[in-house]
Design a protein around this ligand. Structure first.
Ligand code: GDP
Length: 311
């Protein structure tokens, strides 16, 4: 297949789709634009959870069962940290630490996050472009029934238990798209722009909140196709469905389509839910990605839908 494929992605759900794309297209043809509003400073370290999930997943290092971190991880650092009374709500494995330490060091010496990310992807032999949405700091804050929480306190420490009332992306209005982001979206060689089945409110919205990105999507000549994160009226994993309920939305593809209304040309939905009542073009398939073949099948269905829209 020729032409460039651009994917907007968060962590786990998005990484599955990108891995599927890598079964179909040469990696050089793929550009992943990754949410960095989950990034935070912890123990002085710069942590980029969604970028790392993508790097681990695509290089075959991810702990798929756990859903985060590395396979075969060891925990000497964490044990020692705990013994010293250090904060232990956010787990950092020994191997995982290497990314955070090196990234923090490179950022402190003036390298941009986009350059650090490209360096890591190249070191692990990944041929695709992994672009942070921005090199500037954007931080998700969740307004909940227990007060306002920085994203990782809500997501990891409190396990998404508080009820969400609103979400804001601190710094987004001043952030600039990272080098290559707008170029990839507007590239005449780009034949499809996919929005991964990542959490629309927590993983994709921060990307769309960076000034210039949603404008570029609307102006793009390539079709924009989202893959719904809803499977059988529920989220596959994580707080998407709970969050939708708390925001007063039905957990349906209509809600997903309405959320992306002026941004997407089509929606790929799961066969358990179907697309009845959708006002935009859609296709139906089994979107549950358990195996590598499933990932490739969903990626193929998303590209086919984009091709159909392009006409
Ligand atoms: P995070 O940043 O690691 O929380 O992950 P993402 O935002 O990328 O992905 C979370 C979303 O992915 C959830 O809403 C899930 O419903 C969705 N998701 C995860 N696995 C699958 C899958 O196999 N198929 C579909 N359609 N959605 C999935």
């Amino acid at each position: 297949m020729s032409g460039r494929i651009v994917v907007l992605t968060g962590g786990v759900g998005g990484a599955k789709l990108v891995l599927g794309l890598m079964q179909l297209c040469p990696p050089q043809a793929i550009t992943a634009i990754v949410n960095t509003a989950d990034d935070f400073r912890h123990l002085g370290l710069a942590i980029s959870p969604d970028i790392d999930t993508l790097l681990y997943t695509l290089s075959g290092k991810a702990n798929a069962a756990q859903g985060w971190g590395r396979e075969g991880e060891t925990w000497t650092f964490m044990d020692a940290l705990k013994s010293l009374g250090g904060e232990d709500w956010f787990l950092l494995g020994d191997g995982d630490m290497a990314l955070h330490v090196l990234r923090s060091h490179l950022l402190a010496s003036g390298e941009r996050l986009s350059a650090v990310t490209a360096r890591f992807a190249a070191a692990w032999g990944l041929g695709l472009s992994v672009l942070p949405m921005s090199d500037d700091t954007v931080a998700t804050h969740v307004e909940t029934d227990r007060g306002e929480l920085p994203f990782q306190r809500y997501f990891v420490e409190q396990r998404c238990a508080p009820a969400v009332r609103a979400i804001r992306f601190e710094g987004a209005e001043r952030a600039r798209p990272a080098p290559g982001v707008i170029e990839a979206i507007g590239d005449p060689e780009t034949r499809a722009i996919l929005i991964a089945p990542s959490n629309p409110w927590l993983s994709v919205d921060p990307i769309l909140a960076v000034p210039g990105i949603s404008e570029a999507l609307k102006a793009a000549s390539a079709p924009v196709v989202a893959v719904s994160p809803i499977v059988g009226g529920q989220a596959v994993k994580g707080p998407t469905a709970k969050l939708m309920g708390e925001l007063g939305l039905a957990v349906t593809n209509r809600s997903i389509a309405a959320h992306y209304a002026d941004m997407i040309d089509a929606l790929l939905v799961d066969e358990r839910d179907g697309g009845e009542g959708l006002a935009i073009p859609y296709a139906v398939t089994d979107t549950l990605m358990k195996t590598l073949d499933d990932r490739a099948r969903v990626a193929r269905a998303a590209l086919d839908l984009a091709e159909r829209i392009a006409g």
